[in-house]
Design a protein around this ligand. Sequence first.
Ligand SMILES: C[S@@+](CC[C@H](N)C(=O)[O-])C[C@H]1O[C@@H](n2cnc3c(N)ncnc32)[C@H](O)[C@@H]1O
Length: 386
Amino acid sequence: MTAQLDTAWKPRAQALADELESRGDLTDPAWKAAVAATPRHVFVPEVYEQDTNAEWRPVDVTSPSGLNRVYSPTTLVTALADRGTHSEGISSSTKPDLMVRMLEALDVHNGHKVLEIGTGTGYNAGLLSHRLGDEQVFSVDLDAELVDPARDRLASIGLHPTLVTRDGAEGLQEHAPFDRIIATCSVPTMPRAWCEQLEDGGLLLADIQLGVGAGNLALLRRDGDQLEGRFTDRWAAFMLIRHHNERPRMLHAPADAGARTRTTSTPPNPWQDNRVVWFLAHLMGLPPGVRYGMRFDPDTRQPTAGTITAPDGSHAFVMLEPTPNGTWSVTETGPTPLWAAVERAQRQWREAGEPGWTRIGLTVTPDDQVVWIDQPTSEHQWSLTA
Ligand SMILES: C[S@@+](CC[C@H](N)C(=O)[O-])C[C@H]1O[C@@H](n2cnc3c(N)ncnc32)[C@H](O)[C@@H]1O
């Protein structure tokens, strides 16, 4: 690190820590000190941003504007994978505001042993190591191409947490149990290994996502065989956990034949306007792999309809402009009536008194993982594993 860079990053890191505190993301002085002392630019030597044509371009993180970006509450995409027709971000440095909110939610205390799933750049492992001492910190990621550089970066600033290349779904049995487990990639259900490797009374914070944008962070406490807790107030979404040898999902072209048009009293775009309903819709029949999007008017380029498409080619679009009687026109095609699942979710959400995230909980036992509203014995409950 050059002396010039050294004088450039420190005030920026301090300013970031101050900003996170003034925004209310940070309340614990120990995490504030960790943010101010951790050179994020060391962890993100490569950063990519999409230009207006959605092409990925590298950012010079040592330039003044690059450093400003690095020391701001922004997610930075740090690794791309070639998907043939396009590139896709496969690793990122999570927004520092989200990171510290998660660390505070995890209620970490000195002496705690913490496992992180999703080392990525190593920045979060750096924050944890600064706070707890590196012997208390363990972090795994799927690819050695991510883990080895993260280890080197941490070592370059004098930190030596235990970093392991591993499918994080397996946890890290040889160093279990952990007082806290934090996952910075999302999962469709809580992996058994995380539950088993958590100390009794320990906390697990992970992002449950049943589809794109269909989930949130859940904070669970272990009590014997069972983990239980609720979703967090502030919404967040992480990239989905990857596994080696994963087969790409077969996608069928959206079917246009047999279109069925009717009206609906369920507002369009729940993925944007009501994420609880969008999550519940996945529990109530939306198939895995559903994508959402928008239709645009070719002349005005204004959005006209929200769309959802399933891998089996089923498709639904809901006009954004309401009809004169306050409903919306919906058209469904293909074998799965996609909008019907959203309507069921909207109805149940209304019946349950329009709950926000913190009224929704999750109980994980060795046999099942159940989402509930208000309490585990509620009539509103759905199995994640069904
Ligand atoms: C948002 S990034 C993590 C950010 C990271 N905590 C940091 O501070 O930079 C998500 C990470 O999850 C990792 N990941 C995805 N699938 C995984 C798996 N099966 N096991 C472990 N890590 C995985 C990705 O490789 C990626 O690095």
